[in-house]
Design a protein around this ligand. Sequence first.
Ligand SMILES: Cc1ncc(COP(=O)(O)O)c(C=O)c1O
Length: 349
Amino acid sequence: MYPKVIIDPKKYAFNVDYLTNLCHKHQVSLMAVSKVFSNDEQLMQVLNQSNVEYIADSKLENLMHMKTHKKKVYLRIPALSELSLVVKYVDMSLNSEIKVIDKLNEIAKQMNKRHEVILMFDLGDLREGIYYKDFNLDDIKHVLNLSHIHLKGIGTNLTCYGSVRPTQETYLKLKQIKDLIETQLNYKLDIISGGNSSSIPMLLSQSLPPFINNLRLGEALILGRETAYQEKIDHLYDDVITLKVEIVEIKDKPSYPEGDLGYDAFGHKIEYRDKGMMKRAILAIGRQAVDYHDLYPLKGIEFIGASSDHLLIEIKEGTYKIGDVLTFKLKYGAVLSLMQSNYVEKDYV
Ligand SMILES: Cc1ncc(COP(=O)(O)O)c(C=O)c1O
């Protein structure tokens, strides 16, 4: 049945090995981010058989059910209400609130465990992390004195909310924090986690500062793309996961709606363009499963719009009939939503 995603674990394995080797060549360890494929068992198996050091996920539910012998990392800043589960199921978490780390310590003590922490710093991208200008050695001393917390390292996240690309200048802010901790407190940080798939161009051009010894990669592994410039990475597969959808209607109709125009199915007022008559088709998928802006259009086909369960396209070239199945390559948002949808089948090459 369609819609269906086709998952190719061998292509994923190739991407994972390629990027792991690249990272290791530069003495950078790898946290493979699994959230994008929602704990898919076959893709998890690829990660388990790979040389990546850690599996990182932003969904605690995924980490709780994950079958892996690798160290598990919780990517999202933990909420106070979930800390028992964090300590129970996860080896390491990214943190930015001292109050949360204190509580993690308390719970870890009760469970007789030692929880590893990466302290996140915000270098200007303005999502998670202690703002780098507010860095304070007393906070670090405090964390180092906690009996059941191991300050494993520091990290940053870039090109996320604020679109800030990693550069030498931006990374210098993290280097200064690292140096202050290591020299003033005589404490060696094991991990300096420099970011996500947007750091790959620096890695490829040998310009990633050598003090960075860890990256957390999701998109590059699954889509073969870096995210600083949105370029495809040479040699990698960009079709580890593709989408197949069926055509359920084809008709010649006007492009401009007819009648008294109000709002669309989502309560939005839409500006329609009159392009005359066109060959329109309906694909059996809609916004409940995917935002069509996150699909790469096919040659000769243009997206017109979508409601919850219908995707409208204009057929400009080519001959199609009812029942034909179209295959789309995916952008990141599409992989995220399709892999979580109960209405999209999953099949493997
Ligand atoms: C903190 C953090 N690090 C790394 C990643 C991975 O980002 P990307 O998929 O761009 O490699 C994410 C997002 O999944 C994240 O939230």
